[in-house]
Design a protein around this ligand. Structure first.
Ligand code: SF4
Ligand code: MG
Length: 330
């Protein structure tokens, strides 16, 4: 079955000015990232801030232009679309932001903001749009009277519900959720995650769910990709990734989250140093400056992605040597 979205070798470089002489630096934000998302599936992208996960999401919506690579969405090559075609793409693909205020006009009643995408795409009469707003509000758990209020009158959780209602207005196929619960209290986080899960079941939505928080991603994702310095270093189905993390960076991330049961507690792994600058990434394996298992080859040769079992792939030289891999896996 053809995936809804297939991303191949996505690469994005920025030019940034920095340093004492305001030198121009090339920032390698995303490097050869490949993954796919099937209909009705949630793909989680995790990594520290600056790992390239938001940039990956933004290139797919053409909010920022990729340097190279391909992305096929519903049999269309996203990166070759122009003008009106990009508008049409944004009907099918919507974004939910960490701060819903960024998609809501503070001076407009939220009913107006939710109806805005419908108005822009010329859908329905004024009356029909109003009806649709009330329906969307109820779908995200808010009363109809809220349509006449302003964004500042709502709590963070309610505002995220409004952001979701607005993103749903055009009945998209894919939602790109960029840290949608990171600004919320833990109890509110699970309410919003559960709402997203319900909406997915109801509308057959697919999600690209971007987060720095592995325990949040675990709650919602079917499959997870782990990013480090612009590279997708490992990907696997969620349960598989938690049961058998292969990349040393993934093992580090997992060791840092609280275990659901003391028996399952992992020993905390500590890393040397800080994450290097994406303007000056290490040669060879991007993780070598911090990896507890670093070998000579790691400093020179970038490890290719290896598929070790179905749907589980990793970019690490440890697994290129079969014997060595076996001892690590057992
Ligand atoms: Fe560590 Fe080498 Fe694997 Fe990179 S390739 S993660 S440095 S062992
Ligand atoms: Mg980000």
């Amino acid at each position: 079955e053809q995936p809804l979205l297939q991303v191949e070798q996505l690469t994005k470089y920025f030019t940034a000015k920095s340093g004492p002489f305001w030198r121009k630096n090339q920032v390698k934000a995303v490097q050869d990232v490949s993954f796919s998302i099937h209909e009705g599936e949630t793909y989680g992208l995790v990594g520290e801030s600056g790992s390239g996960k938001s940039t990956t999401g933004r290139t797919l919506l053409r909010l920022t232009e990729p340097t190279s690579g391909r992305a096929c969405f519903q049999n269309q090559d996203i990166f070759t679309l122009r003008g009106r075609e990009i508008q049409a793409l944004r009907r099918e693909m919507q974004m939910i932001f960490q701060d819903p205020l960024s998609s809501l006009d503070p001076n407009k009643r939220v009913g107006y903001s939710i109806a805005e995408p419908l108005a822009i795409h010329g859908q329905g009469s004024r009356h029909e749009r109003h009806e649709r707003v009330l329906e969307l509000l109820s779908r995200v758990g808010l009363a109809a009277r809220h349509a006449d209020r302003f964004p500042h009158e709502f709590s963070g959780g309610q505002r995220q519900r409004i952001g979701i209602a607005k993103a749903l207005a055009l009945q998209p196929k894919l939602m790109i959720c960029d840290e949608p619960v990171s600004a919320l209290d833990v109890s509110i986080q699970s309410q919003i995650l559960n709402l997203l899960i319900e909406l997915q079941a109801e509308y057959g939505l697919s999600y690209l769910f971007v987060s720095h928080d592995l325990s949040v991603v675990r709650h919602i994702a079917d499959r997870i990709g782990v990013m480090y310095l612009g590279h997708l270093v490992e990907q696997a189905p969620t349960d598989e990734l938690f049961a058998r993390p292969l990349h040393p960076y993934t093992q580090f991330l997992l060791s840092a989250i609280p275990a659901p049961h003391p028996k399952l507690k992992r020993e905390r792994i500590l890393l040397q140093g800080d994450i290097p600058s994406p303007a000056n990434p290490p040669s060879g394996c991007v993780f070598y400056t911090r990896c507890p298992y670093v070998m000579d080859v790691c400093k020179q040769i970038k490890p290719a992605a290896m598929e070790l079992s179905q749907e589980h792939s990793v970019q690490c030289h440890l697994y290129h040597d079969e014997l060595r891999a076996e001892t690590i896996l057992n």
